[in-house]
Design a protein around this ligand. Structure first.
Ligand code: ADP
Length: 403
């Protein structure tokens, strides 16, 4: 079915561009609230298309496909940040209600625009610069006190795929050449290469916030995100042993960014906790913004009174927000990455028998090595025990352990 069937009783249709797991995980709270979802899916078997009956197939770069999709929706939101500007502009011209708005979304689409804006509003960031030549890269490394420095593609990166640690300018020669080729166009490197000091961080944190068009905002506790090879593998909610005042400062920064940038919907701020704040600096620097439900908020589906997917629906519909308070002292989320086994269901018997308190969320995706195919959540009072349980279940689903 391509045209969404609206539930009787005055309920709206929320359209989501992109049929990944984030769109899929909106389905359960939408069903509970009687809200109809429609998803513009990349393929008939996209993760969200398997559970949402209204899932026309179309690409997010195809203006006509996106316009035709939006026509049947009361509000349109996103599964990812890759819808191009010209498509967003057309939707605005058509009078489509978009959350987040294109003017906010561009700060999550373009890391150079994000760094400029955060610097303007005084948010703590790593030292950064834009490079177009090898000399620019060398000058930046010198300003940072030497190598290594970090290079990023401003647009289109995910899960660390557009991030490199440089030992010399030669390590980024290919990106500089692409930037020169793309200059003036709209390629991922047309604005140049983003350089950042390599932050010697203690650990990575995230703040997830929801903000509605009328300006109501709610935040979940600051979490720790554990990364392996540039991919988030585990989230500890709340982040254990935060230095005094850091949770408040990081949350305040997140809320301020959301307000200043006019973000609507669920919004994540990825941060680095840093070791030695000096001269009044905060004990964190902001790494990255995501304007959608985020991996660092998956714990809230089972661990908070209101999970991030329900909250996102409330926010984009400008309904009053739900209570984000945790239901337990700790919740641990472990991502399930694609491993050696393409048959996942047989693992259910073992992990469900071993741990009835564990919650499993799989995304209906084909198993490919390293691909995020699901996650597990477990809540309680003993953090070390919860980590062991979550990691075991994820490892078992991945085929890393067999008992
Ligand atoms: P992506 O958008 O692909 O997720 P990020 O900018 O979030 O890329 O970076 C991915 C990972 O690379 C981060 O989680 C962090 O571990 C590392 N990283 C990114 N920027 C820096 C930096 N300036 N200093 C040190 N490590 C960094």
């Amino acid at each position: 079915m391509t045209t969404p069937r609206r539930a009787p009783g005055g309920f709206p249709v929320v359209g989501i561009v992109g049929g990944g797991q984030l769109a899929r995980m909106c389905a359960a709270p939408a069903a509970e609230l009687g809200i109809t979802l429609s998803v513009l899916a990349e393929a008939e078997d996209a993760s969200a298309a398997l559970v949402i009956p209204s899932a026309p197939v179309g690409h997010h770069t195809d203006v006509e496909a996106v316009r035709a999709f939006a026509e049947h929706c009361d509000v349109v939101t996103f599964d990812h940040e890759h819808v191009p500007d010209d498509v967003l502009d057309e939707l605005v011209r058509d009078g489509v209600t978009l959350h987040p708005s294109p003017s906010a979304l561009r700060f999550a689409q373009d890391k150079i625009a994000m760094r400029e804006r955060l610097t303007e509003i005084g948010v703590e960031c790593p030292r950064w610069a834009v490079a177009r030549t090898a000399q620019d890269v060398e000058a930046f490394a010198e300003a940072c006190g030497g190598w290594p420095v970090v290079a990023k593609t401003p647009r289109g990166g995910y899960d660390g795929k557009g991030v490199r640690v440089l030992a010399s300018a030669a390590d980024v020669a290919d990106w500089l050449a692409l930037a020169a080729e793309q200059g003036g166009g709209d390629g991922p490197l047309s604005g140049g290469v983003l350089l950042e000091e390599r932050v010697d961080f203690v650990r990575e944190l995230a703040v997830v916030i929801a903000r509605s068009p009328s300006g109501q905002a709610a935040s979940w506790p600051v979490v720790e995100t554990v990364q392996t090879d540039g991919i988030c593998t585990e989230v500890l909610a709340p982040a254990p042993d935060l230095p005094e005042g850091l949770a408040e400062a990081a949350t305040e920064a997140g809320l301020r960014i959301a307000g200043e940038l006019g973000v609507t919907g669920v919004f994540a701020v990825e941060m680095f906790q840093v070791r030695h704040p000096e001269g009044g600096h905060a004990a964190y620097v902001v790494n990255e913004l995501a304007m959608r439900p985020h991996n660092s908020g998956h714990w809230s589906m089972d661990g908070a009174v209101t999970g991030q997917f329900e909250q996102h629906l409330r926010a984009v519909l400008d309904l009053p927000l739900g209570d984000p308070t945790p239901r337990a002292p700790w919740t641990v989320m472990a991502n399930v990455l694609g491993g050696d086994y393409d048959q996942l269901y047989p693992a259910y018997r073992h992990i469900m028998a071993r741990d009835p308190g564990l919650k499993v969320h799989l995304y209906g995706k084909d198993v490919r090595p390293g691909r995020k195919i699901g996650h597990v959540n477990v809540s309680g009072a003993d953090l070390a025990g919860l980590r062991e349980r979550a990691e075991h279940a994820a490892d078992y689903l991945q085929g890393v352990v067999t008992e």
